[in-house]
Ligand binder design. Structure first.
Ligand code: GLY
Ligand code: MN
Ligand code: MN
Length: 459
């Protein structure tokens, strides 16, 4: 855990924004895989971790604004628990570690929550928590999401989005471990191997460092499928593989890196051409990211680099300003340039993407491609975000657009036909916005063509 001062300060910064009522946080419960005692590895809710630090199931916490009280609700272990789980600190001791004076048993929470007072709570993404909240708040489960507190959502986003030095250190630890995973994958791949062999060994690096992966690994030679979680392909000479994966730090901050790897150790000419465009877009996006610019504008700058590169290869044509303004490049780059990252890989996405990524000045576009940009608003020092451009050739999307004659002025469909077996390339780094510029987090992870090829060839 961080020192208790960290959690006390975070709660103080939250409560000064409220005049009355109760702020309620539910920690996560164990989540069963196939029967209740056989559970997935426990992951605490990130908001609970942020304000209360305690990394175990069956806890709740409140800030009673009217009476200026903070209370942790949980259970003290009994002898039976000690027999199965070993000795545990008392709930009171755990509360003390995070600067909370009062600890009560969980069944008391329901009586404590006087529903005639305003109760602020965050949206939840787990079914069991919806039921728990509906019982605690005496409302229909269908109303639970609707009644979540917008004021609390905005206050939490405002605090969590600007990372402190101690958080950045955690993120860098996560990215460093992620770097080891990526370098190992480059060293490991060879034709004939199955994706799961390499992916399993790579994820084992996180486990062997007492960590875990921060999201399901995307590890596929079918990189044109953006969130491809299938790992059953046998890799062949000439394939390129997208490895989009990351580890968590000890305190559950995420890393999220993508590298594109030539399975046989060398890119073909065509792969190198596309790779260089994506690399240029990645570098442009990183360099452009600094306080004062909107990330929507950074996204569009990267999109222009992609369009220019594709024009040079004869895949796009015409006036590229217009092409990008009309979204023609999204045939090849159909996702956003990046997202905030922190305790969640898509940080705070459970609170609502638009609360995190947009504000009054910057609204989400409804144009295909740009609509998927999770972060559009102006960047501020302390933001941690990803820069992850890509170029993909998605046969079904190409066929549909071609059939519809979509953006014909900007897309040379005859040439695009030649690339339908290409797959995809994505390059992703994690950056911190500093006072004036930005900095790439973690140890360098090879991304220049010759560096990647050298590592793949075991040099
Ligand atoms: N790991 C999924 C993403 O990069 O957003
Ligand atoms: Mn990623
Ligand atoms: Mn990402």
């Amino acid at each position: 855990m961080f020192p208790k001062k960290t959690y006390m300060e975070r709660r103080w910064k939250l409560k000064v924004q409220f005049d009355s009522g109760i702020i309620l946080f539910l920690g996560n419960e164990e989540s069963p895989m196939n029967y209740s005692d056989n559970t997935y590895k426990f992951r605490q809710d990130s908001n609970f971790l942020y304000f209360w630090g305690l990394d175990e199931p069956a806890l709740a916490a409140v800030i009673d604004i009217d009476n200026n009280k903070e209370i942790i609700f949980g259970e003290n272990v009994d002898l039976d628990d000690i027999i199965w789980m070993g000795p545990q600190p008392s709930l009171q001791e755990k509360a003390k570690d995070i600067g909370v004076k009062e600890a009560r048993s969980l069944p008391e929470l329901s009586d404590f929550l006087d529903t005639s007072r305003e109760i602020h709570y965050l949206p939840t993404y787990r079914g069991d928590q919806v039921i728990h909240l509906s019982q605690l708040l005496d409302c229909d489960p269908a109303e639970v999401e609707f009644n979540a507190s917008e004021k609390l959502i905005r206050a939490v986003v405002g605090l969590r989005e600007q990372k402190t030095d101690e958080e950045v250190l955690q993120i860098e630890t996560a990215v460093d471990l992620t770097a080891q995973m990526h370098i190992a994958a480059m060293e490991m791949l060879e034709p004939g191997m199955f994706e799961y062999e390499a992916c399993g060994a790579m994820e084992g690096i996180a486990l062997a460092a007492a960590s875990r992966i921060s999201f399901p690994s995307i590890f596929s030679v079918e990189g044109e499928t953006l969130h491809n979680h299938y790992h059953g392909n046998q890799m062949k000479e000439g394939d390129i593989l997208i490895n989009d994966s990351g580890a968590e730090s000890e305190l559950h901050y995420a890393g999220d890196i993508t590298r594109t790897i030539p399975v046989s150790g060398k890119f073909t000419g065509r792969q190198r051409d596309i790779y260089q465009i994506v690399l240029e877009a990645n570098k442009t996006g990183i360099k452009a990211s600094k306080p004062g610019i909107t990330y929507k504008e950074v996204h569009l700058q990267a999109a222009r680099v992609i369009a220019e590169g594709l024009k040079e290869l004869g895949l796009m044509r015409g006036n590229l300003e217009e092409a990008v303004a009309n979204g023609a490049h999204a045939l090849f780059f159909p996702h956003g340039l990046g997202h905030m990252m922190g305790l969640d890989v898509h940080d705070m996405e459970g609170l609502g993407e638009d609360y995190v990524g947009y504000d009054e000045d910057t609204q989400r576009s409804d144009q295909f491609g740009l609509a998927s940009l999770r972060l559009g608003k102006e960047l501020k020092p302390g933001y941690v975000l990803t820069v992850e451009p890509g170029i993909y050739f998605i046969p079904e999307l190409i066929d549909r657009w071609k059939e519809d004659g979509k953006h014909e002025a900007f897309i040379n469909y005859d040439k695009v036909e030649e690339y339908k077996d290409f797959g995809g390339v994505r390059i992703e780094d994690d950056i911190l916005i500093t006072e004036k510029k930005q900095r790439i987090l973690g140890m360098p992870i090879p991304k220049e063509v010759d560096e990647v090829e050298r590592i793949c060839q075991g040099e």
